[in-house]
Design a protein around this ligand. Structure first.
Ligand code: G4P
Length: 189
């Protein structure tokens, strides 16, 4: 998606050889017009697949997910990173954060996910794929089908996406970054 790639090149900062900062449109300030274009592209890729629900994880996945839910007229559910004290009947999974080097419990109410669901999971970044493993775990607990996994930016060099593709998951990333060496963003073709 060239519009997105141009924004990454013009506004992204390679903080290290592993971390791409895109705070001006995705991770802090949000650009609704860009999110709309991102969501239109996802909708185009996922239309006609019998998707019942968009799943994401807080916080940065919510912006593209809600836009996609609006376009596809589907409910959007975000997986919570902190266990809510007021909620019972939760599904839980452990997610290891490579960036933060810690294990976290993520959760979602059983009220909003069932075996009747055909899910598209949306997130801002795909790195090693640890968050996705938690989502796969949670969907497996209730027998929800995962139709596809959609990411705004995939860091191809961290291998999470290719492993998921090898396992048979449909992974759709709108920009795949293959290298951030020397502060330069190199995309996969
Ligand atoms: P993984 O799930 O793919 O394995 O990712 P990892 O544990 O490495 O990442 C943990 C968090 O860091 C995730 O957000 C992920 O989106 C984000 N992240 C990973 N690599 C990058 C990067 O190069 N740039 C930016 N900007 N973020 C990255 P999170 O902690 O859950 O935060 P948020 O969704 O609340 O923003």
């Amino acid at each position: 998606m060239n519009l997105l790639k141009n924004r990454i090149v013009n506004e992204g900062v390679a903080l290290t050889e592993n971390i791409l900062k895109v705070d001006s449109f995705l991770n802090h300030q949000l650009d609704p017009n860009l999110m709309h274009e991102v969501a239109k592209e996802f909708a185009h890729r996922f239309e006609g697949k019998g998707v019942t629900k968009i799943l994401t994880i807080e916080a940065s996945g919510i912006a593209p997910a809600i836009m996609l839910g609006y376009i596809m007229q589907l409910p959007v559910v975000f997986i919570k990173k902190k266990k809510p004290s007021t909620m019972e009947n939760m599904l839980e999974a452990q997610v290891y954060s490579f960036t933060k080097q810690s294990e976290n419990t993520v959760s979602i109410s059983r009220d909003f996910l069932s075996a009747d669901d055909n899910i598209v999971f949306i997130d801002d970044f795909l790195a090693s794929g640890n968050a996705v493993r938690g989502v796969i775990d949670i969907c497996g607990q209730v027998g929800a089908k995962i139709e596809a996994l959609g990411f705004v930016i995939e860091k191809g060099f961290q291998g999470g996406g290719d492993k998921l593709r090898q396992e048979g998951y449909r992974v759709e990333s709108l920009a795949i970054v293959d290298s951030l060496e020397n502060g330069e963003v190199i995309f996969r073709d």
